[in-house]
Design a protein. Structure first.
Length: 256
């Protein structure tokens, strides 16, 4: 059984040095740092792939949507993706001490919120008057982006929710505004889909965090044991030096 509680803190009855990383960081903070490290490590690929998908969607809807609206939407995608790639670059250039600051998680969450809003805005141009293949294209792309984002962002649930919520609520409310039963049902299905995605994200996070907690505890224990061994060796050496000094002192007194 893991020594960590659900909140990731060191449980009662466990030596404090066993729940501190080699850098002197408490275990719960170290786990949070690992989560932030993961989302930033996966961000480059996720952002580039999302931008390529946005380009393909723009080209796919070119014949049914006003070109100016599509150009504006894709331009917003380029801008927010570029800014987020700059953020990821700055994170990787930062020192370990700078990365430990909590601001990085907040900035990434804000970026995901903007990204989710931009993706959701494509739902504002959705029309049930389109040919069915265009409706299917838009619906499948949004569903695919939201599902794929779980693997990249779900390790920090709030980061994923910041992306998922606007990306799915904006198209859903747009569909619900139609005075038609089928459109209303589609909007409700989008909302239910959001619930399913949230459950999947929670499940993935629940599997990942205990593993990080175990790794952190193992590292902390190893460090603590190594530190104890080093202290024992130092004490033995100090004792040996003291005994040697005492021996030579007795020899000098005997010679005198």
């Amino acid at each position: 059984m893991s020594l960590f509680r659900d909140n990731g803190k060191c449980p009662e009855g466990t030596a404090q040095e066993m729940c501190v990383s080699p850098a002197g960081v408490p275990a719960d903070q170290d786990i949070t740092g690992q989560q932030v490290e993961i989302v930033y490590a996966q961000a480059n690929l996720a952002l580039v792939v999302a931008l390529v998908v946005a380009l393909l969607l723009t080209l796919g809807l070119w014949n049914v949507v006003d070109h100016r609206l599509l150009a504006l939407w894709f331009g917003a995608q380029v801008v927010q993706t570029s800014l987020r790639l700059m953020l990821v670059f700055r994170y990787h250039q930062a020192s370990p001490e700078q990365r430990a600051q909590g601001r990085w998680a907040g900035w990434f969450l804000a970026g995901n919120l903007v990204s989710g809003t931009v993706w959701g805005c494509i739902g504002l141009v959705f029309s049930f008057g389109w040919p069915v293949e265009y409706q299917t294209l838009l619906t499948m792309v949004l569903a695919g982006i939201l599902a794929a984002a779980i693997s990249s962002y779900a390790v920090i649930l709030s980061v994923y929710v910041a992306f998922m919520l606007p990306a799915i609520v904006i198209p859903a409310q747009s569909m619900l505004l139609y005075n038609s039963a089928i459109q209303g049902k589609m909007g409700i299905l989008f909302v239910l889909f959001a619930g399913v995605l949230l459950l999947l994200a929670r499940h993935q996070r629940s599997e990942g965090v205990p593993e990080m907690a175990a790794n952190t505890l193992l590292t902390a224990r190893t460090y603590a044991l190594n530190r104890s061994e080093q202290e024992a060796i130092k004490q033995a050496l100090d004792s040996l030096v003291a005994q040697t000094d005492s021996f030579y002192a007795r020899q000098l007194r005997w010679i005198e």
